[in-house]
Design a protein around this ligand. Structure first.
Ligand code: GUN
Length: 280
């Protein structure tokens, strides 16, 4: 079965849109998202434009604040503080990666945890790890929703996550642990990666290596979630060799049209959640 991320995300987007419309009718207020984009990295520009377009579609006010790649860290932090203090801003997102002169840790720490729609601030990371209420990073949240769309009870399943980034691998592990899965986090230094992947009931791959996962890396009947987006010539491919794996998996996400649309839908949901908490 091919998991239709476009369809599943559109249901979530519709829910968010309806809720915002109801809030607006009642209070005449709506959520607002400020995105900071630094430099001219083309994929970031595309992601940010998509985030803005989708936000506007569901009734989230959206502004993109652009800086040249030479901007100082101090200047960006000053802007973040300004946005932190603006009552009408519900969510702040600084698009990654950042230029070398800007320290990612300082930027992430500067965003107020209640406006941290990415869920990258250590307070949100710690709350998630502790099993408390947290803003959950959009991509792993999207992956979890796709997995739960296939199977609602994940208790006792062996989940293997390839990749240990703060954006994907680590929060994905926390989310699946919360679902009572047994977790293995594999990464670039892992030995016998193929054998470990082949034991997974749920395999989430965020390795950044195109077509890494082949047919014999996958257990028959596994759920395979491909977080990878790699460009080969003019084609987008994932970290999983889709055609090689698709008949062995119980369910698999395509690239594009799998995880990608879920990430944006979850960003809209997180922005709405931040707005609701700030106005409750
Ligand atoms: N760059 C790639 N993915 C992401 C994301 O989810 N959030 C931010 N802020 N930057 C990214």
């Amino acid at each position: 079965m091919i998991i239709d991320g476009k369809k599943i995300s559109s249901l979530l987007v519709e829910e968010v849109k309806e809720e915002i419309s109801a809030i607006k009718k009642k209070t005449n207020k709506s959520p607002s998202l400020s995105v900071i984009l630094i430099g001219d990295f083309v994929p970031s520009q595309i992601y940010v434009q998509n985030k803005k377009k989708k936000s506007l579609e569901v009734g989230i006010n959206s502004e993109v604040i652009r800086y040249s790649k030479e901007i100082s860290e101090k200047e960006v932090i000053k802007k973040i503080n300004e946005l932190n203090n603006k009552k009408e801003v519900s969510g702040i997102l600084v698009q990654l990666p950042l230029p070398d002169q800007i320290n990612k840790e300082k930027i992430i720490n500067a965003i107020h945890p209640s406006k941290d729609v990415d869920g990258f601030n250590p307070l949100n990371v710690g709350n998630l790890a502790s099993g408390y209420k947290a803003i959950i990073p959009c991509t792993p949240l999207g992956c979890l929703l796709l997995i739960k769309n296939i199977e609602s009870n994940l208790s006792g399943k062996h989940a293997v996550i390839v990749g240990r980034s703060n954006l994907n691998g680590k929060p994905m592990a926390q989310l699946l642990l919360k679902e009572n899965c047994t977790i293995t986090i594999a990464h670039s230094k892992t030995k016998a990666l193929k054998d470990i992947c082949a034991k997974a009931d749920i395999l989430v791959v965020a390795a950044g290596v195109s077509n890494l996962v082949k047919n014999d890396w996958v257990k028959k009947g596994a759920i395979v979630i491909d977080v990878g987006i790699n460009k080969i010539k003019d084609r987008l491919v994932g970290d999983v060799d889709f055609n090689d794996v698709k008949d062995k998996a119980k369910a698999i996400t395509p690239v594009p049209g799998g995880v990608g649309p879920m990430t944006i839908a979850c960003l809209l949901k997180n922005t709405l959640e931040c707005f609701k908490k700030q106005n409750s």
